[in-house]
Design a protein around this ligand. Structure first.
Ligand code: GRG
Length: 304
């Protein structure tokens, strides 16, 4: 048992994750019915329902609940964030980008449906995401809905997720320091996690200072997510190779273990969890924040 079980004996994280994921999966299934034109809807559903961990929509729901909102207020936004995440993965796997064959344990969208259809499935999911929040959110003031949609749009756009590839590819093989690395990761990973949290805090009725605290929480989570991703890259490939040093430790890729050493990166992750908890979450009602403490812990100590 972790210290969180000691602090929140009545909160059952695994059950919470399972229940929320089931709800999100059901909502996503309903949001994209298999209807005419069949092909595009089939393609969208293939990737959307391929079984991701649903970290972003669950963060969304938990953040809404933290500021006192009911889960229902954040469900359309939670779905929208997962639609955008999925479309970014579909586009990321295209031959002109990372050219991957496998995603979420299945052949990538473009492997099954071809490159053209995969581009269009991504476009359709992106558009649906915005339409879905606008049309399906209820019991939230129009002003809050508009604010949340604007936040989501800036997250995705030219100052958000979109340029990640340009920045990432141009830095490959070059010397990148820790500041540069943080810039890449903020755009690649943190921005969407931040939008999930911030948009949900807006929908849930959070005031300005609560929303900004949640933003800081989300930035820590985002950074944590990436540091752990880099650590897992090293530890997984060493396991696979049966060696002590993994491929990324040996390469010149800009990763946290490469810049800080494996132990340094692990220590950094530990420190981030503690700093985030003290600096941001301690401001809120501890019982209501249990899910977000656990989510940070889950991200820090996950194995995949
Ligand atoms: C968003 C308009 C728009 C374009 C996309 C291709 C691109 C621009 C951005 C790339 C974004 C990308 C692939 C980021 C990596 C994100 C990441 C950390 C993925 C893994 O997330 P998990 O572990 O995966 O939550 P699951 O499958 O569980 O959802």
């Amino acid at each position: 048992p972790s210290y969180l079980d000691f602090l929140f004996p009545n909160f059952h994280f695994e059950e919470y994750m399972k229940t929320k994921a089931i709800r999100v999966n059901r909502e996503l299934d309903d949001a994209v019915p298999l209807q005419d034109p069949m092909k595009i809807h089939e393609t969208m559903r293939y990737s959307l329902l391929a079984g991701g961990k649903r970290v972003r929509p669950i963060l969304c729901i938990a953040s809404c609940e933290l500021v006192g909102g009911d889960e229902e207020l954040a469900i359309p936004m939670a779905c929208a964030v997962e639609m955008i995440h999925t479309m970014s993965l579909i586009h990321d796997d295209l031959p002109c980008m990372d050219n991957d064959d496998l995603r979420r344990g299945k052949p990538t969208n473009r492997k099954v449906y071809g490159e053209e259809t995969a581009v269009l499935a991504g476009d359709a999911l992106l558009s649906l995401a915005f339409g879905h929040v606008a049309a399906k959110t209820s019991n939230v003031s129009a002003g809050r809905v508009i604010k949340a949609i604007a936040e989501l749009a800036s997250t995705v756009g030219s100052e958000g997720l979109v340029p990640r590839h340009i920045v990432d590819l141009t830095s490959e093989g070059k010397q990148v320091n820790l500041n540069g690395l943080e810039y890449i990761h903020v755009n690649k990973t943190s921005k969407l996690l931040e939008a999930a949290v911030v948009c949900a805090a807006i929908m849930g009725g959070g005031n300005l200072s609560e929303v900004e605290r949640m933003r800081n929480y989300a930035r820590c989570i985002g950074l944590l997510f990436q540091v752990v991703d880099d650590i897992l890259d090293v530890t997984k490939s060493s396991e696979e190779l049966g060696k002590t040093a993994g491929k990324d430790l040996a390469s010149d890729k800009a990763t946290y273990p490469n810049l800080m050493g494996l132990e340094g990166a692990k220590k950094f992750a530990d420190e981030l969890v503690v700093a985030m908890a003290i600096e941001e979450l301690s401001y809120f009602d501890a019982v209501k924040a249990a899910a977000l403490y656990h989510l940070a812990n889950y991200i820090a100590y996950r194995h995949n």
